[in-house]
Design a protein. Structure first.
Length: 201
């Protein structure tokens, strides 16, 4: 399982818990589905993987649609979270919905789907990557994501340092348990990825 921009760097599935066999896990922004498939096949989790982009879901289903304990859903993360009463043992996002949806909307919706003590983990682009200055407020920055067909899709991205993420998590009834910065030496000395782990109170 990959959390960063550089394969093989950083932790793996243990971020979500020591034993995921039989656990219900939700991914918000699954892209081509590699992480979800790993959790389903190698960790024995029952995974629901959501992505807004239909092209990504079609790619994921073409590669991993045969897996019995993995379900891919095309749709908006908020619609998925509010459209069901299902509860999960862990929810995660790897450069996915967390950071691309206003945290004051998304984090409370995630909190409704996690029982107390369960884990939310997400990796986001580090706000100081490439020497950028960190944001001084809660407004999003303009950015883009590159789709599999190389189309660049404009997006708003909420890019916070750890302290600001912690404030948003606290408001949504989460307790921050860890924050890790990762660097890719190929892109200079600036951090590239921020990995946040929190528990539902």
């Amino acid at each position: 399982m990959e959390w960063t921009t550089r394969p093989g760097q950083g932790p793996g599935a243990e971020v979500l818990g020591p034993d995921l066999r039989g656990k219900k896990v939700l991914e918000l922004g699954c892209g081509p589905g590699h992480n979800a498939a790993y959790l389903a096949t190698c960790q024995g989790a029952h995974v629901t993987a959501v992505d807004l982009v239909g092209l990504q879901i079609r790619r994921a289903r073409s590669h991993y649609g045969r897996l019995k304990n993995l379900t891919f859903v095309a749709g908006h993360a908020l619609h998925t979270l509010y459209g069901s009463d299902e509860r999960f043992d862990a929810i995660y996002s790897v450069f996915g919905a967390v950071g691309l949806i206003a945290p004051e909307l998304l984090l409370p919706a995630i909190a409704q789907r996690l029982p107390p003590g369960r884990v939310l983990a997400f990796s986001v682009p580090h706000p100081q990557r490439g020497g950028r200055s960190q944001s001084g407020d809660d407004r999003p920055r303009r950015d883009h994501v590159t789709l599999p067909d190389r189309t660049k899709l404009p997006v708003a991205r909420w890019e916070f340092v750890t302290d600001r993420w912690e404030r948003h998590l606290n408001r949504a009834d989460f307790r921050l348990t860890s924050a890790q910065e990762f660097h890719d030496p190929r892109t200079g000395h600036w951090p590239t990825t921020l990995l946040i782990r929190a528990r539902k109170r």
